[in-house]
Design a protein around this ligand. Structure first.
Ligand code: PEP
Length: 257
């Protein structure tokens, strides 16, 4: 059975104190209210991951919430001022790292080839990549979105061998739905998730495809999470805005109760 996952992406929000406050609120709500075994992930600014990990270790939630980076460098180490390596993230308590978020692709011109290198380094340092793919509105309107998604997967992820690719998490995030309040309908999202799973069948095999968790991201909130997550090929969500509110994020996690 593949994992059900709810991952919050805080993006460039929350300083150290704000991060500790939000994280402890979420942890307490999860402890009191969540009865399912979904994997819960918080992707915090890297400056705050160490403190969150320390807080977590001193609390009774221990391993219930995993920490994630939002990006890592495509090189192992060296003269890359301002970058953060996969090894560094691992050393401060991260267990996952988001790779290829559309904001990185758009504002930092990250290509599929570059992302493939990040995926390799993340895995080398035992971080699980949350590999993001998805089309813009123009690409959907031109009806080239399926080819685009196929390329994103083939060039960024499908170089991995079968035993490794099945450990990776994929997040389908239509760019037109991110932070816009526009959500893909459950049917629209399911169509693309089924397409992604079929691509894994073609690139690997059915067994592998059945093991990869595929998350939906894009204006997911407590009101639409249940209908999205009940779709056959949707295994949870990557949550931006709603993960900044402990009540909303916990309610989304409770969808699986
Ligand atoms: C995201 O940034 O990954 C995301 C899904 O954002 P939002 O939920 O705010 O649309």
């Amino acid at each position: 059975m593949r994992k059900k996952i709810v991952a919050g992406n805080w993006k460039m929000n929350n300083d150290l104190q704000e991060s500790l406050k939000l994280f402890s609120e979420v942890a307490n709500m999860v402890k009191d209210e969540v009865s399912n075994d979904a994997e819960i992930i918080v992707s915090a600014p890297f400056t705050n991951i160490y403190a969150l990990d320390q807080w977590k270790n001193g609390s009774d939630i221990h391993d219930k919430i995993k920490l994630s980076g939002q990006n890592c460098c495509w090189e192992e180490s060296g003269a890359y001022t301002g970058e953060v390596s996969a090894k560094m993230l691992k050393s401060i308590g991260a267990e996952y790292v988001i790779i290829g978020h559309s904001e990185r692709r758009q504002y930092f011109a990250e290509t599929n080839a570059l992302l493939a290198k990040k995926v390799d380094l993340a895995l080398k340092h035992e971080l699980i990549p949350i590999f993001c793919i998805g089309e813009t509105l123009q690409e959907r309107e031109k009806n080239i979105h399926l080819d685009l998604i196929k390329n994103q997967l083939q060039e960024g992820l499908f170089h991995l061998i079968k035993s490794v690719v099945k450990t990776v998490v994929i997040a389908y995030e239509p760019v037109w739905a991110i932070g816009t309040g526009l959500t893909a309908t459950p049917e629209q999202a399911q169509e693309i998730h089924a397409f992604i799973r079929q691509l894994i069948v073609e690139g690997y095999d059915e067994e592998t495809a059945n093991e990869v968790s595929i998350l939906y991201g894009g204006s997911c909130n407590p009101s639409n999470a249940a209908s999205l997550f009940s779709q056959k090929d949707i295994d949870g969500g990557l949550i931006g805005g709603a993960s900044l509110k402990s009540r909303d994020f916990t309610d989304i996690i409770k969808t699986f109760n």
